[in-house]
Design a protein around this ligand. Structure first.
Ligand code: PFF
Length: 470
């Protein structure tokens, strides 16, 4: 502390890093399987509503709070009021918990780069069982997860400017090209139109409160919101960077990636007569099967696809790691190296638990809560912590910070116009908290894991009570 805060070197670098954080497994692994399991078009529509009315609003709030306070997740809240420290702590905790399963899937993606060209595609009918056997193996997925985690450690130790920014600048544009080629191929297949219909024509008959909560959680997860990640990235922003257009660009890019991933998967999936409700294995089971039909070019395209998946995962998980690391550097005066290494070790332990919960421990669930570790980390963060985190940042920004100060920050002291400031402020102050309140309440009531929901909400309430002591 005390020294000049590190800054992104260019706006492009910042945009690539923020978009890199947003675009990730959430778009390519999670979005398609959630859309598949929740009826396709109707889910997409509800998701888009949340992304543009609530997600974009909260993202701008996070950037603004970060740059205004020049602090990361916890410090930003704490510097205004200690009653709010808990909201930052929930964010750091969410980052920890997401990093308790994200690298597991990142490891699968890394493994599939090699599997693609070492015979995985030669027997298409065996692809589903190969996946099942792989993720439930007690050793192999752990080794790949470890390798994946090492990449994260190296990038984050090098720091914001040198590590995250450089990696994102190179990797993001490369990924755009890769994904478009895969989607382009899918569209040319006979029968692909069914997949388009599934993804784009809404059927509301299956929509319930659960669908809304799933879409809301996915919106926050995908946009990296509700846990201080964009506050942290915003705190490294130069004073002349335009905040509102940055939020708009990142939100749009993230959404385009999700839809492109959908277009890369569903048309081909229907063309080959497969089921959209495959679940978390969707990308790993269906995509290689699609590539397996393509002859000699299949393995190469499959490899490219999984390189892309690993790359997007990496630019997201480094941002998750950075949330915790920035907290330890800013609030606890740790060195970056110590923060990265200590944090990573804890995350590795969590990931090991999560990975084993899909294999040798798959029959065991956490007492009372009724879920294994993987689901515990995933459901608790996405359906409870991120949604409530988003609600808290909206209330905090709308009610605790001064409207004039927000306006000055967003317009860079009045030098860049922001015509819809009043609309944004209204969405932030009233629409966002009320909408999240409704969706969280009714969604949690209808949730398949009620005990876990109660646990999550109570946990937040207890933290809030002790906020001043945190
Ligand atoms: N947005 C990332 C994804 O879609 O994969 C995941 C994520 C990153 C969530 C960073 C939250 C976060 F702070």
């Amino acid at each position: 502390m005390g020294t000049e805060r590190e800054n992104w070197s260019t706006r492009f670098g910042f945009l690539m890093a923020a978009a890199g954080s947003a675009v990730g497994l959430g778009n390519i692994w999670r979005f398609p399987y959630l859309a598949g399991a929740n009826g396709g078009g109707a889910f997409l529509l509800i998701y888009l509503g949340f992304v543009f009315f609530i997600g974009a609003t909260v993202m701008l709030a996070e950037f603004t709070v970060g740059r205004m306070t020049q602090k990361s997740a916890v410090g930003a809240y704490k510097s205004v009021s200690r009653n709010w420290t808990f909201a930052g702590i929930i964010g750091v905790l969410s980052a920890f918990l997401i990093m308790g399963f994200y690298p597991v899937v990142g490891g699968w993606a890394t493994a599939y780069i090699f599997k693609s060209v070492t015979g995985l595609l030669s027997e298409p009918s065996a692809i589903p069982s190969t996946f099942g056997a792989f993720i439930s193996d007690p050793v192999r997925p752990l080794a790949w997860m470890f390798l994946y985690m090492l990449f994260n450690i190296v990038i984050v130790i090098r720091g914001v400017g040198k590590g995250i920014e450089t990696a994102s600048k190179v990797l993001m544009p490369m990924l755009i090209l890769l994904l478009f080629s895969v989607a382009g191929y899918g569209m040319t297949l006979p029968g692909a139109i069914e997949g388009f219909r599934f993804l784009f024509v809404p059927d509301f008959s299956a929509v319930t409160a659960r669908t809304f909560l799933a879409a809301l959680g996915q919106a926050f997860f995908s946009l990296s919101l509700g846990m201080g990640c964009m506050v942290t990235y915003g705190s490294y922003l130069a004073k002349d960077t335009k905040l509102a257009s940055s939020a708009a660009i990142v939100t749009t890019m993230d959404t385009l990636f999700a839809i492109t991933a959908g277009v890369a998967i569903f048309p081909a999936l229907f063309a080959f007569g497969m089921e959209p409700t495959e679940g978390p294995g969707l990308v790993f089971v269906v995509v290689p099967q699609i590539f397996a039909q393509m002859g000699f070019i299949g393995p190469v395209l499959s490899m490219i696809f999984f390189i892309a998946l690993m790359i997007v995962a990496l630019t997201s998980s480094v941002s998750l790691l950075e949330v915790v690391v920035a907290y330890l550097i800013d609030e606890k005066n740790w060195t970056r190296r110590k923060a990265v290494i200590t944090t990573s070790i804890v995350m590795l332990v969590f990931c090991t638990l999560a990975s084993l919960s899909l294999g040798i421990w798959s029959d065991w669930t956490i007492p009372v809560l009724g879920v294994g570790f993987f689901d515990f980390f995933d459901i608790l963060t996405d359906k409870v912590f991120l949604a409530i985190g988003g609600m808290l940042i909206a209330i905090f920004t709308g009610f605790r910070l001064k409207k004039e100060d927000l306006k000055r920050e967003i317009t860079n002291e009045g030098t860049v116009p922001f015509a819809i400031f009043e609309l944004w402020y209204f969405l932030l102050k009233y629409v966002t908290p009320i909408a999240i309140g409704f969706v969280a309440f009714f969604g949690a009531r209808a949730a398949a894991q009620p005990a876990l929901m109660v646990f999550g909400f109570s946990f937040i309430a207890v933290l809030a009570l002790f906020s001043k002591k945190l």
